[in-house]
Ligand binder design. Structure first.
Ligand code: SF4
Length: 485
């Protein structure tokens, strides 16, 4: 007797049930159907009609695809639903680790006075805006209550290098505790690099610290966006970038940019600047509606349509660079592509569901306050304390992380039950952004048809799908990017 069933046993029967999926119209007669882990199928209208009405013939080319991508399961086939459940668990496996990213605002002081600054910076000499040793100790106690095996500490500001003694203190203590508890520890300093000295860079090298630096584009644009005494932000950046790469390590320095009104017509020059300085990619970021960006009306200086044009132009240029043999990536695109092509969640806080606030990342502010996210702290600087979870000086770990506001926000904004998101075919590629919704609309769910977050993401998802459908080489390039996450 054979160990295996004969091949006919596996033949499609044409009798099937629908597994959970959503669909939406793309352009013309094309429709996108996605299941809850982002596996997708593009079909024409009549095929979609047949599919949802259980009339799709087993001989139809989309039948096998729909089975393989867990949109349908043949009667009696339990494996499809089990596989879908397994992929769903994989997608959410990050949740069991709880908070990984811990941001420390060591000071609000800064040597720059950027108009769009999202933390409402203080001038350089106000010591009252520095984190104290006591707050640092208590914040570290919170960090090491996290169940996450991997702990990431990111120093932010202001300009964190202005309080470098405190960084040394926190790093040395965190290293001892991580070693004693067998945890992986990663440390990042987010800095403009303007105040980086050889001594600071050597310390970063010796302690395996990564540097996340700020670069907005060519010299005139960078200096306009990032004013400082001496008007030499760009010149300092370039000199110190070279030193940082030599001392800390070439691949230990990454860069972030912010898009202002002045950036909009110059995306190709900005990309060229990144390529010229040897970076492997760029994050084409839109401004957030917080802090000085709102106070100085810089946030309202351009709308989503203008930013989308900037993004699409930049992405097109980056594709052309790759086609010319210059490898370079756009990082937001890469994060989305990973969600499109794999069951894994890249863990980017703005594209997580449930939202990443508090449970993926948390902020320990210079004054002892704990915020659910960087954006929550920026809101607080505008006198909105909604997402202040407590204080390291007054509250326990449980009081902070079981804070009712945090839990109800996570529940209400969960995209699989939020109005419109729960029926959106792009939901598996998207995320919940309750702080953005609260900042703009006053509630954590937001009104998706009017939401810039929704509009921006939906336009990007559609654009990426269209680019891949138009050109198989672009699809191959995007698949390579997603594998590099
Ligand atoms: S925010 Fe918009 S694009 Fe994202 S899942 Fe919700 S409805 Fe879809």
């Amino acid at each position: 007797m054979s160990k295996f069933l004969p091949p006919e046993s596996f033949a499609a029967t044409g009798a099937y049930d629908l597994l959970p999926f959503n669909f939406t119209r793309l352009e013309g007669d094309s429709y996108l159907a996605t299941n809850m882990v982002g596996e997708s199928l593009i079909v024409d209208r009549s095929t979609l009609d047949d599919l949802v009405n259980k009339r799709l013939a087993p001989s139809h080319p989309s039948y096998t695809d729909a089975r393989a991508k867990h949109l349908i399961a043949e009667k009696g086939d339990k494996a499809s639903a089990e596989l879908l459940a397994l992929k769903t668990r994989t997608r959410y496996q990050r949740l069991q680790n709880f908070t990984n990213l811990h941001m420390f605002v060591t000071t609000l002081r800064c040597d720059h006075s950027c108009q769009y600054c999202q933390v409402s910076r203080q001038s350089e000499d106000k010591g009252a805006f520095d984190m104290t040793l006591e707050m640092a100790d208590k914040s570290l106690d919170m960090v090491f209550r996290s169940p996450s095996k991997a702990v990431k500490i990111e120093f932010q500001g202001g300009e964190p290098l202005l309080n470098f003694d405190l960084i040394r203190y926190i790093v040395s203590k965190a290293k001892v505790r991580a070693a004693a508890e067998g945890r992986d520890l990663e440390i990042v300093i987010a800095t403009t690099l303007s105040l980086a000295t050889t001594e600071i860079l050597e310390y970063c090298r010796d302690n395996h610290i990564l540097l996340s630096v700020s670069l907005d584009g060519p010299s005139d644009l960078h200096n306009k966006n990032r004013p400082r005494p001496g008007k030499d932000s760009y010149q300092r950046f370039v000199a110190n970038l070279q030193a940082a790469r030599e001392i800390v390590g070439y691949d230990r320095v990454s860069a972030l940019m912010t898009t202002t009104l002045a950036s909009l017509p110059r995306v190709r020059e900005i990309v060229d600047e990144y390529v010229g300085l040897g970076f492997e990619g760029i994050f084409l970021r839109a401004l957030s509606p917080y802090g000085f960006a709102v106070k100085t009306r810089v946030y309202a200086a351009y709308d989503t349509e203008q930013w989308l044009k900037f993004y699409k132009d930049g992405l097109q240029y980056i594709i052309e660079l790759n086609q010319a043999g210059i490898p370079f990536r756009e990082y937001y695109t890469t994060l989305i592509l990973q969600k499109m092509f794999t069951c894994a969640d890249p863990g980017f806080v703005d594209l997580m569901n449930p939202a990443g606030i508090g449970i993926a990342a948390v902020v320990f502010n210079y004054d002892g306050s704990v915020y659910a996210s960087d954006e929550s702290r920026m809101l607080a600087e505008m006198k909105d304390q909604t997402f202040r979870l407590g204080s390291v000086l007054e509250n326990t770990y449980e009081e902070i992380f079981l804070n009712e506001k945090l839990l109800s926000t996570l529940e209400e904004s969960f995209t699989l039950s939020a109005p419109m998101c729960s029926e959106c075919a792009f939901e598996p590629f998207c995320g919940a952004d309750p702080v953005f919704s609260h900042a703009v609309y006053g509630d954590v769910v937001g009104r998706k048809p009017a939401s810039d977050f929704c509009k921006r993401n939906m336009a990007i998802f559609r654009h990426l799908i269209q680019l891949m459908r138009e050109d198989r080489e672009v699809e191959a390039l995007f698949r390579r990017w997603s594998a590099l996450c």
